[in-house]
Ligand binder design. Structure first.
Ligand SMILES: [Zn+2]
Ligand SMILES: [Zn+2]
Length: 340
């Protein structure tokens, strides 16, 4: 039993490895695939989803077809058309649902699992994310725009056709604002980026590294809330995903493919969330001197969170998570898998 502190999120996590030995502590659920005949994202069903906001095309059987397309979400959480400001209601506040919510259809192939994505699938996905975030940033009302991916129904996916989401908020979500705040405070004291320092420490210790190349490192964080959580981080300090160069996209895809193949074997294709933790836009955060220092203290990364833990009352009631697997054990399991 050990308590560990996460300096990026500034929170404690309880590690209880004896629970990991009890198989019933983990959810490893097989997915049932949707019928492609009724899938709105399948080729030939474009009329269900309407116009594309972005398309990446290719030639199949001599015909030009889309390979990846971005569409407005049919059931958006947030919409760009909404214009009302924030209103007070007694001690509360409310506003119209200003924002944006788009779907990236990653591939034409119905049922393609994230574990089987090839290099091209990831490159087209990264390009779609960059194009859409860049475009949405022109709307100065939007402050945080990111990509999330729910892989599998336990992770929140409603359709089994491979897809991702772009979500744009008119406010700063607390979870991300806390990360910026913690990184800013570390920078203020040390004059260095915390993520860079963590990366250097991990590369020196070699206890939690899953895979690395010249541009990206995938490692098990020291105090993750979730078993088998992995962070993929650019080696060179950089604060904005949309600045990714073409050769970096290839290197990022290499690392993602490697980790996901390991997950597929170790966790038997369990559901997972993939979250981009990126910089804010169209805003200053004066207490963090954001416009002045964001490029120095913030370092983007991607979180991969397998949805295999049961979340109980301790987590919901106190925000303190119990993790039945130490990250060193997860690293050992993932690294030990032969993926060739
Ligand atoms: Zn489909
Ligand atoms: Zn850094």
């Amino acid at each position: 039993m050990q308590l560990r502190y996460d300096p990026i999120k500034k929170r404690w996590v309880v590690f209880a490895p004896e629970r990991g030995e009890r198989g019933d502590y983990l959810i490893l659920q097989k997915e049932v695939e949707d019928d492609p005949e009724y899938c709105p994202f399948c080729p030939g069903h474009e009329s269900y989803t309407g116009r594309s906001l972005h398309e990446d095309t290719g030639i199949i059987d001599g015909k030009k077809v889309w390979l990846t397309r971005v569409i407005p979400n049919k059931f958006p959480l947030l919409k760009v058309e909404e214009t009302d400001g924030i209103k007070q209601y007694g001690p509360y506040a409310y506003s119209s649902r200003l924002g944006a919510h788009e779907v990236i259809i990653d591939s034409r192939t119905h049922g393609l699992k994230i574990f089987d994505y090839q290099m091209d699938d990831f490159i087209r996905l990264f390009n779609a994310v960059i194009v859409r975030i860049s475009d949405l940033r022109k709307d100065v009302r939007l402050k945080y725009i990111t990509m999330i991916k729910n892989c599998g129904k336990v992770a929140g996916a409603t359709l089994s056709h491979p897809h991702s989401q772009i979500v744009a908020f008119p406010f700063l979500p607390n979870e991300v604002k806390n990360i910026w705040k913690n990184l800013y405070e570390y920078y203020y004291v040390n004059n260095r980026c915390l993520v860079c320092d963590i990366l250097n420490f991990e590369l020196e210790k070699k206890e939690r590294i899953i895979v690395k190349n010249d541009f990206f490192v995938a490692y098990s964080p020291y105090a993750p809330r979730h078993s088998f959580e992995v962070h993929v981080v650019p080696v060179i300090h950089t604060n904005d995903f949309i600045g990714l160069k073409d050769y970096e996209k290839v290197k990022l895809a290499e690392v993602m493919i490697d980790v996901l193949k390991r997950y597929n074997v170790a966790l038997d294709g369990a559901s997972l969330n993939i979250n981009l933790i990126n910089t804010a836009c169209n805003i200053d955060i004066p207490e963090l001197e954001f416009s002045k220092y964001k490029e120095r203290f913030f370092h983007w990364y991607i979180e991969l969170i397998p949805r295999i833990n049961r979340i109980g009352g301790i987590e919901k009631g106190t925000g303190v998570y119990v993790n039945p697997f130490l990250p060193e054990k997860c690293t050992e399991i993932l690294s030990g898998i032969n993926i060739i």
